[in-house]
Write a new protein. Structure first.
Length: 240
């Protein structure tokens, strides 16, 4: 008699991470693994799979303003992750969520939307006027204005000068992991400018910004999009 293969046991949902930039995806991955133990016991976390196409493909599509191409890349990752056994999808990249309306109805699996997760946190904490930092593509988009408005919160974009400067620093320094002297201070100054415009919190709307900015060194309470998404996925996976 041959031994039969063990049957799979019930447990948390298998989370699929649709990656874009490496640093943000890695922070999201590490957060789920590190904080899983708090819900599941020592060393435990949901099963995870990550798929990331070459970043240049996303950048070229964003530069062209080609949301269909962005959506196609996200959906390709979704199908690959489904084949790997994923049951729930997240994307730790705010910028490419501008194509989410093209992705969600064609997706083989359910998603959590990063900006909706952040907006829900902002609503629960009672914020009313929230600044948004991120890449130039993200800041120009309606990703956060729409999500925050649905939660009854006003979104404030940085000035064009801050948008362009921080966008360049994100892509040239934070995304490749090559932080230059003075960059943290420039992000702090941009947050100060948003505080002076009446903001009561700031969205760290690039998943790499939380690597250098948090509540300890910012003049406004921060909404860490990367870790908030990771924690929301962890709760959803465990709840199932």
């Amino acid at each position: 008699m041959t031994a039969s293969a063990p049957l799979p046991t019930a447990g948390p949902l298998h989370i699929g991470i649709v990656g874009c930039s490496a640093e943000g995806a890695a922070l999201c991955y590490r957060t789920i693994c590190a904080e899983g133990a708090g819900l599941l016991g020592p060393h435990a976390h949901p099963e995870l799979s990550l798929h990331t196409p070459s970043l240049h493909r996303y950048v070229e599509a964003l530069d062209r303003g080609d949301r269909e191409a962005v959506a196609a890349l996200m959906l390709d990752s979704a199908h690959r992750l489904q084949a790997a056994g994923a049951q729930l999808l997240i994307c730790p990249d705010n910028t490419i969520h501008q194509a989410f309306d093209l992705v969600e109805p064609r997706s083989p699996l359910p998603w959590l939307h990063i900006a909706r997760v952040v907006a829900d946190e902002a609503r629960q904490r009672g914020f009313r006027r929230v600044g948004v930092l991120g890449t130039q593509w993200l800041v120009r988009s309606e990703v956060y204005p729409e999500a925050l408005a649905a939660a009854g919160i006003e979104a404030i974009r940085p000035s064009d000068a801050w948008r362009d400067e921080l966008g360049a620093r994100i892509m040239d320094e934070l995304v490749p992991g090559r932080l230059q002297p003075g960059t943290v201070e420039r992000f702090q100054r941009a947050i100060d400018a948003l505080r002076e415009r009446g903001c009561d919190a700031v969205v760290l709307g690039c998943t790499e910004i939380p690597l250098i900015i948090d509540d300890a060194n910012a003049s406004l309470p921060t909404l860490d999009s990367t870790r908030l998404l990771a924690r929301a996925a962890l709760r959803r996976a465990v709840a199932q």
